[in-house]
Design a protein around this ligand. Structure first.
Ligand SMILES: Cc1cc2nc3c(=O)[nH]c(=O)nc-3n(C[C@H](O)[C@H](O)[C@H](O)COP(=O)(O)OP(=O)(O)OC[C@H]3O[C@@H](n4cnc5c(N)ncnc54)[C@H](O)[C@@H]3O)c2cc1C
Length: 94
């Protein structure tokens, strides 16, 4: 989980650095970073909830809030399906 978190952070920071440099690849790198980090974030929160068993699902503990808060990032600012479409278009652009 820690490894995936580091990988997601590196993708975000790399995309941000390319954006600062006004690299023409920046938009697709940002799309890749958004898709990857939001999917990894949700997966990690979901995995972190599991060892808490049924209690992890209850509002009494913060784990369920983390799962909900990360789930929405797969939908917001361009759903991850649409982000995939954007990345694919860029990959096949002549
Ligand atoms: C809590 C919350 C806060 C929000 N805040 C904001 C905000 O601040 N600013 C803002 O602009 N919007 C905001 N939104 C709206 C959000 O951006 C939209 O919900 C999001 O863009 C998805 O649009 P939609 O809900 O109309 O889903 P739809 O466009 O109806 O899509 C439904 C599903 O079909 C999939 N889908 C659609 N077309 C394709 C396709 N061609 N190929 C594959 N899959 C496809 C989508 O990925 C999605 O899974 C918010 C939404 C929520 C839930």
């Amino acid at each position: 989980m820690a490894t995936e978190l580091v990988a997601a952070r590196l993708m975000i920071r790399n995309a941000a650095a390319e954006l600062d440099l006004r690299d023409p690849r920046a938009p697709v790198l940002c799309a890749m970073a958004k898709r990857f980090a939001s999917d990894v974030g949700f997966s990690l929160a979901n995995d972190a909830l599991q060892p808490h068993g049924g209690h992890g699902y209850l509002k009494d503990f913060p784990a369920e809030r983390h799962v909900r808060d990360l789930r929405v990032h797969q939908i917001l600012e361009g759903t991850n399906e649409i982000i995939r479409v954007i990345i694919a278009r860029e990959m096949f652009r002549q």
